[in-house]
Design a binder for this molecule. Structure first.
Ligand SMILES: [Zn+2]
Length: 299
């Protein structure tokens, strides 16, 4: 059997609260000209024609919790092909190398790491994991700050790259006994077929009192949901989950994680007028408006 025999899976039930019979908001064929053009342009004509012919772009909305998701998703093997081949690894690495030295990137990363250390009370050499690490810029900055860093990415070329930089690779078979002080999940959850199981698994490798941060693209308005295809929170093939804050809160509760009120942390920072603290407070506000981010603590 080839990976192209059963091209896609259908997610009928809400991936968050599991309720069935969603409302179908949109249903299009990827072979329709505007979708085909978007996919050809975005992936530089590397997506297999069989996928474009057979797979649909369908948006469903849960009538209970309001979650919006793509019903048709690529099978596991094709998802791997998408992230490891259709997204050209050389171009992706080139883009990363070009961007990584930008001052705004370095500054943003250093603030992210500083905020992490602040939230875990500056533990000595904390064990941290970047899940979905890409080319590893977060990991490298965490390593500079003295953390014991592990990284995971599904794409082999990225894992090899990270490993060549001296970062330890995490894998579920060998490392599921490790408990982390902090786990970073940056722009990952919108790509995951079963976000509920995923977050439960992440919670299982977090120390009691440990923190996980999740960031996902911002939720779209009803009008924006109709403006497809686009590089937005429901981008075809990739962004298969479109969260609003209540969906993330529901998943967190199910995974035994409590929401960390970042506002009170900012107030704590502002009590002392040190440059580090003021920069951090600025960073928290900036990222609040830029992405949808949540900090969760294991009970
Ligand atoms: Zn639901």
């Amino acid at each position: 059997m080839t990976v192209f025999e059963n091209l896609f899976e259908i997610r009928n039930d809400c991936p968050i609260c599991l309720k069935s019979n969603p409302k179908i908001l949109l249903s299009n064929n990827l072979s329709e000209p505007k979708f085909k053009k978007f996919i050809d342009d975005y992936y530089n004509h590397s997506v297999d024609e069989r996928v474009i012919e057979k797979v649909k772009f369908e948006l469903a909305q849960c009538l209970k919790c309001g979650f919006v998701w793509q019903r048709h998703i690529l099978n596991k093997d094709l998802l791997y092909k998408l992230y490891s081949q259709w997204i050209d690894p050389r171009q992706s690495l080139f883009k990363h190398l070009k961007n990584q030295s930008r001052l705004i990137v370095l500054f943003g990363l250093s603030l992210q790491i500083k905020l992490m250390l602040f939230l875990i009370n500056d533990i000595y050499q904390p064990k941290v994991l970047d899940y979905g690490c890409g080319w590893g810029k977060w990991c490298l900055m965490a390593q500079i700050a003295g953390c014991d860093v592990y990284a995971f990415d599904i794409v082999l070329s990225r894992r090899r790259f990270i490993s060549s930089k001296g970062i330890k690779l995490f894998n579920w078979d060998d490392n599921n006994q490790i408990e982390f002080d902090f786990i970073n999940i940056e722009q990952v959850l919108e790509h995951v077929p079963d976000p509920k199981t995923f977050l439960n698994e992440i919670s299982s490798i977090l120390k009691s009192g440990g923190i996980v941060t999740i960031s996902v693209p911002k939720r779209l308005s009803k009008k924006q949901l109709k403006e497809v295809p686009a590089k937005n929170s429901v981008q075809p093939l990739e962004h298969i989950n479109c969260f609003e804050p209540s969906n993330l809160e529901f998943l967190a509760k199910e995974a035994d994680l409590e929401i960390l009120k970042i506002n009170s942390s900012i107030l704590r920072l502002l009590k002392s007028f040190k440059l580090d603290n003021l920069s951090l407070a600025f960073y928290c506000v900036y990222f609040y408006f830029r992405t949808q981010r949540i900090y969760l603590r294991k009970k």
